[in-house]
Design a protein around this ligand. Structure first.
Ligand SMILES: Cc1cc2nc3c(=O)[nH]c(=O)nc-3n(C[C@H](O)[C@H](O)[C@H](O)COP(=O)(O)OP(=O)(O)OC[C@H]3O[C@@H](n4cnc5c(N)ncnc54)[C@H](O)[C@@H]3O)c2cc1C
Length: 185
């Protein structure tokens, strides 16, 4: 093989290398809330995705060590609170690593409590739970949607193991797609 054609060495498949590679996929951040016997539990998660349109299903991957998962198994319901760009410390708090105590308020919602200040909330009833390695995949049937966020509100973004904020004004659709929203089947 010509020297200029040599491929870069592929990294060894280790937990660390995998986490770094998977962390290149930019996500939003949510707090999953559960209410059980008058107590509220919350956990920061980015392993959240929509799954199906008929029926409407979403998925959250929980570590099998998560306290919130234990409570969720009891309650059978939860809410996904999509965090706004202002809520980095809220994310840190519900991941157990806040630098200072953020103000946290909940209001009643379907499935689980709504975290005040979040971009939007999705209420869910547990449809299935599947064990996958050291995680439990919780599939939820969507039972409620909060009102859409105000124009100009932005999500909190997680990428490469760090929080990122979309700038308030400068961001917009890619020029070629201006004005067009993309929905695919
Ligand atoms: C960006 C990011 C994404 C993550 N994604 C995932 C993921 O997809 N899946 C996953 O399993 N883990 C994920 N984690 C890790 C997870 O958030 C932490 O391991 C978390 O601590 C596990 O939560 P727990 O249910 O064990 O709750 P705990 O560790 O018991 O609680 C977490 C924190 O929330 C606080 N808290 C809980 N309920 C309330 C309440 N009612 N009022 C005020 N404070 C409360 C607790 O005081 C504690 O500080 C993520 C972490 C980060 C930073």
């Amino acid at each position: 093989m010509h020297p200029s054609c040599t491929r870069p060495t592929m990294p060894e498949v280790t937990v660390g290398a995998f986490r770094r590679q998977a962390g290149l996929f930019a996500t939003g951040v949510c707090v999953v809330t559960v209410q059980h016997e008058h107590r509220i539990f919350g956990m920061t998660a980015n392993a959240f995705t929509s799954v199906s349109l008929a029926p409407l299903l979403v998925l959250v991957a929980f570590s099998d060590q998560a306290h919130t998962l234990t409570v969720l198994e009891e309650s059978g319901q939860f809410a996904i609170n999509l965090l706004s760009r202002e809520q980095e410390n809220v994310s840190r708090h519900f991941a157990g690593s806040a630098r200072s105590l953020p103000e946290i308020h909940f209001e009643p919602f379907s499935g689980g409590p709504r975290l005040v200040g979040s971009l939007a909330a999705i209420g869910c009833a547990v449809d299935q739970m599947v064990t996958a390695g050291d995680h439990r995949l919780v599939i939820g049937r969507v039972i409620a949607l909060s009102e859409p966020p105000a124009e100009g509100e932005r999500p909190l973004v997680f990428w490469r193991g760090a929080y990122w904020r979309l700038p308030a004004g400068a961001v917009g659709p890619a020029p070629a797609l201006e004005g067009e929203q993309i929905f695919f089947d």
